[in-house]
Design a binder for this molecule. Structure first.
Ligand SMILES: [Zn+2]
Length: 253
């Protein structure tokens, strides 16, 4: 290798290194933004045993009347909060949550930073025993009591097999679909599919045991005015509605 070739090689290496560093920085920024946007999401994405397709199907309701739940991590303070608030469902549904220290468990909870989500109903049975079936992604000491109630009651609604109320076959929301896709992409980085599956998609009447559409349901997302073409907006519901209670009672007699 002569001096010219040597310098040429050094130059290429330098360029590759700069490009590599740039790429690493880019990946870091993108990764960081995803975490930040998820943490700010304050809404949840759901899971069922075969992707999204089965979500809300009536056979996802549990047959047993006691669910064993294990925490995979998290501070005692938040674990206690989850135990206390979730037990509210048992006032209406004939089902108890028993928090256990070891296997066997029916559902598992983590507090990993990011989004808050839950598998729906008994689809949690198909998740391996060392993996969470429910996650609380943004609880910290500044989380208000209202916010804790909203998220815990909502995720435990999913655990019971309940789907999003705004996706009920009877929901009467006149979505501005383009605005919805843009809103969830801009705000949370959601793909069109994720937005469709969690917001716009309506479940069929044969798939769900629906009651009447209930805008006060804990399973309803907030709907700001910019996302609808007509009709009423919906705020963040932080308590079980009368319909939630009646529905839970009916499903878990
Ligand atoms: Zn949800």
């Amino acid at each position: 290798m002569n001096i010219f070739q040597y310098l040429q090689t050094v130059r290429i290496w330098k360029k590759s290194f700069q490009f590599g560093a740039f790429l690493t920085l880019l990946i870091f920024i993108i990764g960081f933004n995803c975490v930040v946007s998820l943490a700010q999401t304050k809404i949840c994405t759901e899971f069922s045993d075969s992707g999204y397709e089965l979500a809300g199907k009536t056979n996802l309701f549990w047959k047993q009347r006691k669910l064993k739940i294990r925490f995979l991590n998290g501070e005692e303070y938040f674990q206690n909060k989850v135990q206390t608030i979730s037990s509210e469902w048992s006032l209406y549904a004939n089902i108890k949550f028993e928090f256990v220290k070891q296997e066997p468990s029916d559902a598992r909870i983590s507090f990993n930073s990011g989004g808050s989500w839950s598998y729906i109903g008994n689809s949690a049975e198909d998740v391996s025993k060392n993996k969470p079936t429910m996650n609380f992604g943004w609880f910290d000491k500044n989380t208000t009591e209202e916010e804790s109630r909203r998220v815990i009651l909502h995720e435990f609604g999913h655990l019971l097999g309940f789907i999003h109320e705004h996706q009920s076959p009877k929901s009467e929301i006149n979505w501005n679909k383009d605005a919805v896709y843009k809103y969830y992409d801009d705000k949370f980085g959601w793909s069109r599919r994720l937005t469709y599956e969690n917001i716009l998609k309506k479940y069929s009447k044969t798939e769900t045991q629906f009651t009447t559409y209930d805008r006060l349901s804990i399973m309803h997302y907030s709907i700001p005015a910019e996302l609808i073409l007509s009709g009423k907006t919906v705020g963040w519901n932080t308590d079980l509605s009368e319909n939630d209670k009646a529905f839970a009672k009916k499903i878990y007699r």
